[in-house]
Design a protein around this ligand. Structure first.
Ligand code: SF4
Ligand code: SF4
Length: 277
């Protein structure tokens, strides 16, 4: 789609994606970790402590996603959460999990009102037992059920009752190519509009809401982008999600705009970042 817009995106806090494990009980065919998984291990205690210290250089509000692989396979997860919880600039700690473990594992992690759980639906490993566990936990914690969209999406939506959910469109990985059926996409656009993301775009002063599915086809190459999403890899390196270079120890570059070098943006990189020509 020809990009006729002059500005796009949403103002938001800094977001860290902290990968504390690159192992998982599952082997989903579309796993995004296939792009990054290199060591088949968990973050070590020394690296963990260094990361916690570096986060104290950040003097504005931030949110942090704890993920993997499967983060609950790192036995230091509770310790990590306790440390993050004491950082006054850390406003939200979001544990992204496949919810495979016993429910008590998750209860023990729910130590403050900063804690959120994003529980992902993986169609290749779905069972009614997991859904029952999620329904129970929904009454005790802040959760979002993140439904990875495939052909089973409508039947799972019918089963989940009042669990809050969002739809997540799969992205290409080095081992998986997305191939959605147009009928499925049209049905989602028509019937499930409140469960997909909308990104504001402007042409001069006129605002438009563009859904995530259509953002996939817009190129922002050459635009300025205030991409404040920072990956922290298993070795403790901090990298802007769209730049392949390490940030300085004090993380002072986090809020500097970068020039987009990609033909297309996607939900992993972050449609929602503020960007302008
Ligand atoms: S549950 Fe998540 S991390 Fe594990 S294999 Fe599936 S997509 Fe990858
Ligand atoms: S691909 Fe990255 S740099 Fe380009 S617009 Fe998207 S988030 Fe910004």
């Amino acid at each position: 789609m020809q990009n006729k817009y002059t500005k796009a995106g949403i103002s938001h806090n800094i977001v860290f994606n902290w990968y504390i494990s690159d192992i998982c009980q599952y082997h989903c065919s579309y796993c995004y970790a296939n792009n990054i998984s290199i060591l088949n291990t968990k973050m070590s205690k020394n690296i963990e402590e260094l990361v916690i210290k570096r986060l104290y250089f950040v003097k504005e509000d931030f949110e942090i996603n704890i993920l993997g692989g499967e983060p609950t396979l790192n036995t230091r997860l509770k310790n990590i959460i306790q440390n993050l919880n004491t950082n006054k600039y850390c406003k939200k700690i979001n544990i992204i999990t496949n919810f495979h473990k016993d429910i008590d594992t998750y209860r023990e992690l729910n130590i403050s009102n900063k804690i959120y759980f994003t529980i992902s639906y993986h169609p290749e490993y779905y069972s009614k037992k997991v859904l029952q566990k999620i329904k129970k936990f929904n009454t005790e914690a802040n959760i979002i059920f993140l439904i990875n969209v495939d052909n089973s999406v409508f039947s799972i939506i019918d089963e989940i009752g009042d669990i809050p959910y969002e739809l997540n469109f799969l992205t290409n990985t080095i081992t998986f190519s997305v191939n959605y059926d147009n009928k499925l996409l049209s049905k989602i656009k028509d019937k499930y509009t409140t469960h997909i993301g909308y990104i504001p775009h402007w042409i001069e002063n006129t605002k438009y809401s563009i859904n995530e599915m259509d953002c996939n086809t817009i190129s922002y190459k050459g635009w300025h982008c205030l991409n404040k999403t920072i990956d922290i890899d298993i070795l403790g390196n901090f990298k802007n999600i769209c730049e392949n270079k390490n940030l300085s120890i004090t993380l002072k570059e986090i809020c500097e705009p970068i020039i987009c070098k990609y033909e297309y943006c996607d939900s992993c990189k972050g449609f929602y970042h503020e960007k302008w020509r």
